[in-house]
Design a protein around this ligand. Structure first.
Ligand SMILES: [Fe+2]
Length: 305
């Protein structure tokens, strides 16, 4: 099989206090903290590392300021891990860390790790909905949304330079086994990890034509959590990066926030699931960014009521 999921990510940051407040409000679980670094966890056991002094064990940052330094991918078996380490190491050094993670670097300069996945199972379902002929909630008013807790990091979007993008993509497809699901020629390539069902596990985006972190998405059970998670972040003073909407590619409902660790983070729900029968779609022009996005004239034109 091969890569199943994002296992951990590491950001090099400058303001640890702000980053800790941000991800605490975002709903991740704190598991470790010192004066230099902090670690958070999702419900499925993926870890987020925030490090003010990442040191020389990681490649140099690809952009100025706080940014993503490494994505560690979780693999299903030790045999698959060894196969992928050998494939990645054909033309570059791969360093075995004491923690069972093998570290290398991709074509853009982002750190890439490989390890055996340690998946914590979690049961999650959207809150039951009602419609005529499709009632799934009898005699049960909905309760307020409890504290939003992201289930998992479901995809990472990286910006890459336009020049050399074929090689950047080939590292993930030919060496690490990712499969392009949607190729948007003017914008980037959406890819699925072999062990993932999501329409994309990763996006390499060349539209900004420079290397950097674009965003990491965190799946929550349903729309209530996407909306209420964003509301909670706004209440805590964090800044929304995009209006609530539903993407065209992937169909996920999204809400984005600017993150003090660099780039943005996304609350996501209800992404398309695709299997091997989903053939790679090639788009010569960029599809609309979203199927819908929240619009309001409440604040400008409408009477206040
Ligand atoms: Fe996304």
């Amino acid at each position: 099989m091969g890569i199943q999921r994002i296992e951990s990510v590491t950001y090099g940051i400058d303001d640890l206090g702000a980053c800790v407040r941000f991800f605490d409000a975002f709903g991740l679980f704190p598991v470790e903290k010192s004066d230099e670094h902090a670690v958070f966890e999702t419900l499925t056991g993926q870890t987020l590392h925030l490090d003010t002094e990442p040191g020389p064990r990681l490649p140099a940052p690809v952009e100025e300021g706080p940014t993503l330094r490494e994505v560690v991918w979780g693999v299903d078996t030790q045999e698959e891990l060894e196969r992928l380490v050998a494939a990645a190491g054909k033309d570059r050094a791969v360093r075995a860390g004491a923690d069972g993670v093998h570290h290398t670097v991709d074509e853009t300069g982002f750190g890439v790790g490989l390890t055996v996945a340690r998946h914590k199972p979690v049961a999650a379902a959207p809150r039951p909905a009602n419609a005529p002929g499709a009632v799934s909630r009898w005699n049960t008013p909905l309760e307020p949304v409890p504290r939003v807790r992201p289930l998992r990091m479901c995809h990472v979007a990286l910006n890459i330079p336009r020049a050399g993008r074929e090689e950047a993509i080939a590292f993930y497809t030919r060496r690490l086994g990712f499969r392009p699901t949607d190729v948007v020629e003017p914008m980037g390539v959406f890819m699925q990890a072999p062990g993932d069902d999501d329409q994309h596990t990763m996006l390499l985006c060349h539209r900004p034509d420079k290397a950097g972190i674009n965003h990491i998405a965190y799946e929550v059970p349903g729309f209530d959590e996407v909306i209420q998670g964003g509301n909670h972040m706004i209440e805590r003073g964090w800044r929304e990066a995009r209006r609530l909407g539903r993407h065209t590619v992937g169909s996920n409902v999204f809400r984005f926030l600017h993150a003090p660790c660099g780039g943005r983070v996304e609350y996501a729900a209800d992404m398309d699931r695709v299997d091997d029968s989903y053939e790679t779609r090639v788009h010569e022009t960029t599809p609309p960014h979203h199927i819908w996005a929240l619009r309001t004239n409440r604040d400008q034109d409408a009477p206040a009521f």
